[in-house]
Design a binder for this molecule. Sequence first.
Ligand SMILES: Cc1ncc(COP(=O)(O)O)c(C=O)c1O
Length: 442
Amino acid sequence: MAPLNRRNLLFHAPVALSTLAAWATAGARPAQGAAGGVPAATAFTPSETGGRSPQDIARDESYWFDVQQAFTIDRSIVNFNNGGVSPAPAVVQQALARNLAFANEAPAYTMWRVLEPQKETVRERMARYFGCDKEEMAFTRNASESLQICQLGFDFEPGDEVVASTQAYGRMVTTFKQRERRDGIKLVQFQIPIPAEDTAEVVRLYEEQITSKTKLILATHMINITGQIMPIKEIVAMGRRHGVPVLVDGAHAFAHFPFRHEDLDCDYYTSSLHKWLFAPIGTGMLYVRKDKIAGLWPLMAANEKQDDDIRKFEEIGTHPCPHYLAIADALTFHQGIGPENKAARLVYLRDRWAKRILENPRVKLHTSLNDGLACGIATVQIEGIDSRELADHLWNNHRIFTVGIKHAEFEGIRVSPSVYSTIEEVDRFAELMERAVKKGIA
Ligand SMILES: Cc1ncc(COP(=O)(O)O)c(C=O)c1O
């Protein structure tokens, strides 16, 4: 029999795909720097990666070929909009299908009595990965739900102010605007540079908005339209000095690049798990610091006895529990790749197309290529070409899917490959962009 390695397992699908996760974690180790008795995020041991650095692994096409094969995507198109929502690898789809089939045997028993309690082990694993207590981790359907629990769950008085940048996600702005109409609060929005390379300046800009009426800051961990990573820990510390809590929109950040709660120190963190964790579509997370739970209303009413129970945010009536259980499979897949390796690969892919086309003076990048300021998402503009038309051209003529963005402060196409993207796809995109610069898109 062939030796048991990652490739053999992948090529023995479907059994192989469902066992990849178990194999991948078999050699997982707690990373250095675990604090407060909470083990840090796990990754492959150096022996499994030959002691190589994530940057080294990022260039190893054989390693990524195996990861690519774990997905069931359509290779007749190139999907460079993984920021919107990600396909789940086969192992996650299979777990979901398996659990859904079991749930449907006799849902009142199999789903509520057997599967639902297993959510607690998923909660524990997610909390351990994020670096918080399991009693601080709630599952939601997406980042929108997690964010709106917080945006609508605080008691605000008329005249109270909330602060957000002009690059905050549209739905979150809509949510605060509804509170303006309904409760008489005021949303204060302000601009930050694009890209924002001076983190102290970003913190200062947030601080400048604070008045005696400010009750909440909404800060986006990774801005969706540019991929900009924000200095969350510094914004949180500044907010705390003023007695203003910070709600972090981590829709794109969680499992995109490695960090833990202690790196942010926020009281409220939210994310969609169907983006960069590759969990089933319709899964999200909400972190609320233990002593803040009682002070936050849930979106749907919960029993008074649950006031300080994180599960009050999950009181949404009958819902599909199999999705939440398959988060565990996505987490195992993510840990199997290694969070550091994943982030390094995303940066490698981004730099490969971005640095190549930036050689041309008409190409403008709205994303910093500096370490720690962005990762796999970047937004690029060809001066003289309408960005929405460019995105349409890439899709209509070449079946490359990007997002055309027109924002009041800039425009461009957002490009977000993933771990399953190939070098050939990235190079094809870069070549077509070069051709667009030279010959136009008419
Ligand atoms: C920054 C940001 N916040 C929140 C969301 C909402 O995510 P979802 O639609 O998964 O709820 C998105 C979606 O793209 C986003 O980019």
